[in-house]
Design a binder for this molecule. Sequence first.
Ligand code: HEC
Ligand code: HEC
Ligand code: HEC
Ligand code: HEC
Length: 170
Amino acid sequence: MSKENRAAILITMGSVLFTAAFLYFFYVWPEKIGPEQPIPFSHNVHSGIKEIQCQYCHPYVAYSNFPGIPPVEKCLHCHNHIIANHPWIQKEHGYFNRQEPTPWVKVNVVAEHVFFNHQRHINSQVACEECHGEVKHLQRLPEKQWRMGQCLECHHRKKASVDCWLTCHN
Ligand code: HEC
Ligand code: HEC
Ligand code: HEC
Ligand code: HEC
């Protein structure tokens, strides 16, 4: 095979790979940003740009098994004044008037037999980001099915109890 041929083949292969990678990131990647929510709530806008503290909206995270998604009253507390006529905020008013909870789609899932509680983690200074990623730069949160390996990997790394494993399963 001549040198030119080889170069031509390499270039062709290179551009095929490049195109494939481009198409993958362009079309497949965005689907991994997670499910569509009833209201396109953006953590990037609220936590990133407006710098609202995580715990303002998820206040129970440090002392309850249920960190809690904010009820619509809390949104309206601000949004009665901020962009009040925005169609998405009008949709929030709809839920409020009908006394319906906003049907947010849950994205973090742990197997039912696993006992997980935020309290110990937050008390040991594990940052939200270590488990949830850079939430404050995300428009839409990705789905995450928690696997035991992910819990154990960090427990090993941080020298947290791993024999607790028996107590994590009930
Ligand atoms: C502490 C005040 C505050 C709270 C609480 C709050 N927001 Fe906002 N929100 C803002 C501000 C500030 C903006 C930016 C408005 C602008 O662009 O001028 C905003 C923007 C938005 C937008 C506009 C779309 C976008 O992404 O730019 C939507 C939709 C929204 N909020 C929904 C909600 C929902 C749903 C809740 C409750 C879960 C909520 N907000 C709670 C302050 C708040
Ligand atoms: C203005 C209110 C507000 C603030 C501030 C806020 N969140 Fe949220 N958060 C929400 C709402 C509403 C949802 C449900 C919709 C969604 O998943 O986007 C949510 C969902 C989540 C979820 C996914 C819950 C699930 O379904 O498993 C995580 C994790 C989370 N927030 C972490 C954070 C972190 C970390 C911060 C700080 C960087 C933060 N949030 C700041 C309102 C807020
Ligand atoms: C050690 C890892 C870890 C840390 C640190 C952590 N989380 Fe979580 N978070 C999880 C797991 C695992 C779940 C899913 C568990 C469940 O739904 O019971 C979850 C679920 C959530 C949910 C959804 C709860 C619901 O009711 O659907 C919110 C909101 C949330 N986290 C917010 C936060 C915030 C805010 C912080 C920081 C103050 C934080 N988390 C820190 C692992 C973590
Ligand atoms: C990013 C790191 C990290 C991840 C991920 C993580 N943990 Fe932890 N976990 C810790 C640390 C640090 C402690 C604190 C140990 C202490 O207080 O001495 C802890 C403590 C615990 C405890 C209390 C242990 C005891 O001795 O009482 C339980 C239970 C637990 N984690 C379960 C889980 C489960 C279940 C998951 C996965 C869904 C998980 N953890 C994911 C870091 C993590």
